[in-house]
Ligand binder design. Structure first.
Ligand code: TRP
Length: 451
């Protein structure tokens, strides 16, 4: 008997779409291009690809499997699966902390996107001039009250959806948006590939210069792989706990990984040709997408309309990802402390709103407040993606490899022998118990300069 009387995803397709909705978000459209630009382009992309295949995919399979086997939140699941070693539930608590940290800056960036929907309509960002585009972005992020207000709009909206629950809330919202996003990105890519700088943009994205791979770059690529697939902090575990018993987990994970990767690549192909055509700096960082995407649209007929739709869809894509982040603390609070979903969602959103203030003010009043040389925005980002997620990933792999074990893994991933995928499970188990934890440990220790 499952421990909790719980809601769940209602169809196998719904599972796939909700999981995709979690994976695809600002990580693809905002973080991926920005990090690829600042970390040297193609060589970064290669390390990122390796991290996704050798670490991301196996961790995703491991996490969803644990969640479905335990059918509980990220903390309680470990108590259920290893009742004699309850210390493993620390993974869930780390995830709780990571969710709040990520949300503190993620909700801010989502707020920028919301604001850009209106800027697109107003024509303010219809420009291919890097100076004008930079000024428009600068004006937004340096107005403390405006960014805070947008962040709160994001939190109110997503908190409200979480209160409604899993099947009606998350599933209903996410299943409609992914296809639309795909189509718009394709339109952008076609336009971008016709620009003069297309060749240089593609070379930046696909011609690796291996001298640019340093330990810090490798850690950033690994962190991005975790971030983009929502791994290492219990999101996929929590979503796995809503999976159906007949869901083919390895296949679902592989499809989500491929779709997530294609969206990122499309975003890259849409952005980098424009960067080189119009003279933007590839290393612009967080502002990159907010300047180049409008430039591509501005240079084509009907640009304002498409631009508005693009930011609108990106806003919705961010909702799918945010819901999955909020769900981790919300499920922990409601299942462990008997809070109603409403109260749990409210408490989570309130904590994030507080933590979000320093993040939102990092580009204005608090820009000189620094810890380890990073402002609060960058610090939250670094701590979550480059420390907590990889650390959570190692622990999840070790748990599956050495506590949960092969026998149970085989039973879980084959749906009690119903699926004929023994070879695949063996390969996945090998990656989960040896390759992934070792690779993460090496990259993490080098990247943080601990060895
Ligand atoms: N993967 C999402 C994106 O790319 C963000 C996200 C959702 C996330 N849930 C997560 C990141 C859990 C890390 C951990 O936008």
């Amino acid at each position: 008997m499952p421990k909790f009387n719980r809601d769940g995803f209602t169809t196998t397709f719904g599972v796939l779409v909700a999981t995709l909705g979690s994976a695809i978000g600002l990580g693809n459209i905002w973080k991926f291009p920005s990090l690829t630009g600042t970390n040297g382009g193609a060589s970064f992309l290669l390390v990122y690809l390796a991290a996704t295949l050798l670490v991301g995919l196996p961790v995703m399979i491991a996490e969803t499997m644990l969640g479905r086997a335990a059918r509980a939140n990220a903390v309680t699941s470990f108590e259920i699966l290893a009742s004699r070693q309850p210390q493993w539930k620390a993974i869930g608590w780390m995830g709780f902390a990571a969710a709040l940290l990520i949300m503190a800056f993620y909700s801010e960036v989502a707020g920028w996107v919301y604001a850009y929907v209106f800027k697109a309509v107003s024509g303010e960002i219809s420009t291919v001039d890097p100076k004008v585009a930079g000024a428009a972005f600068g004006k937004l992020v340096s107005s403390p009250l405006t960014v805070l207000a947008w962040q709160w709009v994001v939190l109110a909206l997503t908190g409200g959806i979480i209160m409604v629950g899993v099947s009606r809330g998350i599933e209903a919202v996410t299943r409609r948006l992914v296809p639309l996003l795909f189509v718009l990105l394709l339109v952008l890519c076609v336009r971008s590939l016709m620009l003069d700088g297309a060749g240089r943009g593609l070379a930046f994205l696909f011609q690796p210069d291996f001298s640019k791979i340093t330990p810090a770059v490798a850690l950033t690529a690994l962190g991005l792989a975790f971030f983009k697939l929502s791994l290492g902090m219990g999101t996929m575990l929590t979503y796995g706990s809503y999976f159906r018993d007949d869901q083919n987990i390895p296949w679902t994970a592989a499809r989500v990984m491929l779709a997530d990767l294609s969206v990122s690549l499309l975003a890259g192909i849409a952005i980098f040709p424009a960067v080189f055509t119009f003279g933007f700096a590839p290393s612009a960082g967080p502002s990159l997408v907010f300047m180049t995407i409008p430039a591509v649209f501005t240079s084509m007929p009907g640009g304002v309309v498409f631009m508005t739709i693009f930011f609108f869809i990106t806003a919705i894509a961010s909702v799918g990802a945010i819901l999955s982040l909020l769900e981790v603390p919300a499920a922990i609070l409601s299942e462990r402390y008997g809070l109603s979903r409403k109260t749990a969602a409210l408490a989570t959103v309130a904590a994030i709103a507080l933590l979000g203030v320093p993040a939102s003010l990092s580009q204005s009043v608090m820009e000189n407040v620094k810890l380890f040389g990073l402002n609060p925005f960058d610090l939250f980002d670094y701590l979550s993606s480059n420390v907590l997620l990889p650390l959570g990933g190692i622990l999840i792999c070790l748990f599956v490899g050495w506590v949960y074990g092969f026998e149970k893994t085989e039973k879980s991933l084959s749906n009690n022998g119903e699926l004929n995928n023994r070879g695949l499970i063996k390969a996945a188990f090998f990656l989960i118990s040896f390759v992934a934890p070792l690779a993460i440990a090496i990259v993490l220790l080098n990247g943080l300069k601990l060895i």
